[in-house]
Design a binder for this molecule. Structure first.
Ligand code: SF4
Length: 494
């Protein structure tokens, strides 16, 4: 008897599906841009300028609300290469008509946004094409994230298979850094031994994780532009996986030559996206001055200016410092930790297995650390990765495994077969076994202990095992890390 069909998760999308496709799927964004005429790219670039200024500059948004007749002059003063009438939906979403949306600049920009969203969805989908144990573990972690994180936060998380830090710390030192980056203290160089190590690490990840390894990227609590050899590292990544990894930098306007070089690499090899964090309106002005309009569509931006109309996650340094949300930025709890897999620091020769969670005082950077190992060379790295998969990603429940609901998941007060998390709920099959099982999972125990109680109560051992396994596969049960973290199994049942 199977219970899979009866476990319905109804408040967010389904658990990741397994798609076709692989490396070439992530080339399309830049392929589409490359297929456009110069004129069309310039139109999109101009609309992008307007959108970025409206996002970054609260005074411009205020003007759009209170004195739209002054917008022409305000756009010109900021160097925006298009008039406000052509991009009305950006500043007057309620008043814009279908013909406003049909303006070639707006239509091109809308398409650009859809392509970016499709690219993100493709990365997330590719992440589901992993080797069996890694894939099953990822599905469980995705389910937890969907239950505990607000939908607008969770859908930004691509659950990439790995992130490689090519430096220790970050030179930028943003006060809002949601990953709590420390001071920059070391940077990897792409010299002979490191290049061989890098190639070996990518091969090991590819072998251990499968096609999903191609979703990895080469920054985290680091800035890629702190690593002068970044283009060489990501070039080797493209040699293996067929496309460049995503890049996000806050230094893209400091080193415009490197920005141009990356744009050139992306146009040639595909992948990305390439995103520049904009911390001040001065930087935005510099970006628009340095990059020709026709190349702006190759660069996405993350607007982080004071007064930005951007949703901010309270995590990392903001939690460490007990800081409130800055100015009028909307925001709230969550995480920006977007990998469900391996977090590697190359200079420190350290690899951790992590999954996203709501950032709080205990985990200010918004991820759980399931395991951590060090390595000296590529063979060590391969051993560490396969060892962590073997230790932390069981496919089947052992007798000593926790049999308790994952933290945050509780039966509804009026209906014990309806399990509720903060942002998801699950309907369980209405069977005598499930009715007997749920209270035991609330109390907590081991699988062997719970099975013993249920079998003594007349339930078939096979049915008990199958039901526990299905709940586990759907990510509804606590894992070993929860137990280590202080949610011990109930001794009465052990
Ligand atoms: S947000 Fe990015 S650029 Fe800023 S300190 Fe953190 S890692 Fe560095």
């Amino acid at each position: 008897m199977t219970y899979a069909a009866s476990i319905a998760k109804s408040s967010t999308t389904a658990i990741a599906a397994t798609p076709d496709g692989g490396e070439s799927e992530l080339k399309f964004l830049y392929g589409w841009l490359g297929s456009l005429s110069l004129h069309d790219r310039r139109l999109i670039g101009a609309a992008k300028q307007a959108a970025e200024w409206l996002m970054a500059d609260a005074s411009l948004r205020r003007l759009a609300r209170t004195a739209p007749e002054e917008l022409d002059a305000a756009f010109a003063a900021r160097g925006i290469a298009i008039g406000p009438d052509a991009v009305r939906p950006l500043w007057d979403p309620d008043g814009a008509t279908a013909s406003d949306h049909a303006h070639p600049a707006m239509a091109g920009y809308d398409r650009w946004q859809r392509e970016m969203a499709a690219h993100r969805a493709a990365i997330r989908r590719l992440g589901g094409t992993a080797t069996p144990a890694f894939g099953a573990w990822r599905r469980r972690m995705v389910a937890r994230a969907q239950g505990s994180l607000a939908p607008q936060v969770e859908r930004e998380i691509v659950h990439a298979a790995a992130a490689f830090e090519l430096a220790s710390g970050c030179s930028v030192g943003c006060g809002f850094c949601a990953l709590g980056a420390g001071r920059l203290s070391a940077v990897a160089s792409y010299d002979g031994p490191t290049a061989r190590l890098w190639g070996g690490m990518l091969a090991a990840l590819d072998h251990a994780v499968g096609p999903a390894a191609a979703t990895a990227f080469a920054y985290w609590a680091t800035d890629p532009f702190d690593t002068p050899d970044y283009p060489a590292f990501v070039g080797a990544f493209a040699d293996r996986f067929g496309h460049l990894p995503p890049t996000t930098t806050a230094r893209g306007t400091d080193d415009v030559d490197l920005t141009r070089r990356l744009i050139g690499q992306l146009r040639e090899r595909g992948g990305g996206p390439f995103r520049i964090s904009i911390l001040t309106t001065k930087q935005l002005r510099r970006l628009h001055a340095a990059i020709p309009l026709e190349d702006l569509p190759f660069v996405a931006t993350a607007i982080q200016t004071r007064g930005a109309a951007t949703y901010r996650i309270v995590a990392g340094r903001m939690i460490e410092r007990g800081a409130a949300l800055a100015d009028d930025a909307p925001g709230g709890e969550g995480t920006i930790a977007c990998i469900t897999g391996f977090l590697v620091n190359l200079p420190e020769r350290r690899v951790r297995l992590v999954s996203p969670c709501v950032a709080d005082r205990r985990r200010p950077n918004g991820y759980r650390i399931h395991d951590e190992r060090s390595f000296g060379d590529a063979a060590d790295f391969a051993d560490a990765v396969t060892g962590m998969i073997a230790a932390a990603m069981p496919m089947t429940l052992a007798g000593g495994a926790p049999a308790q609901l994952r933290p945050g998941l509780v039966p509804d007060a009026a209906d014990a077969l309806l399990l509720r998390d903060h942002h998801a709920h699950y309907r369980l099959a209405d069977t005598p076994l499930m009715r007997a099982l749920v209270p035991l999972l609330v109390r907590g125990g081991t699988c062997a202990g719970v099975e013993g109680v249920l079998v003594a109560g007349g339930h078939f051992p096979f049915a008990v095992k199958t039901t526990l396994q299905e709940l586990f596969d759907h990510g509804l049960l606590a894992d070993e890390l929860d137990v280590r973290d202080g949610q011990p199994a109930n001794p009465e049942i052990n």
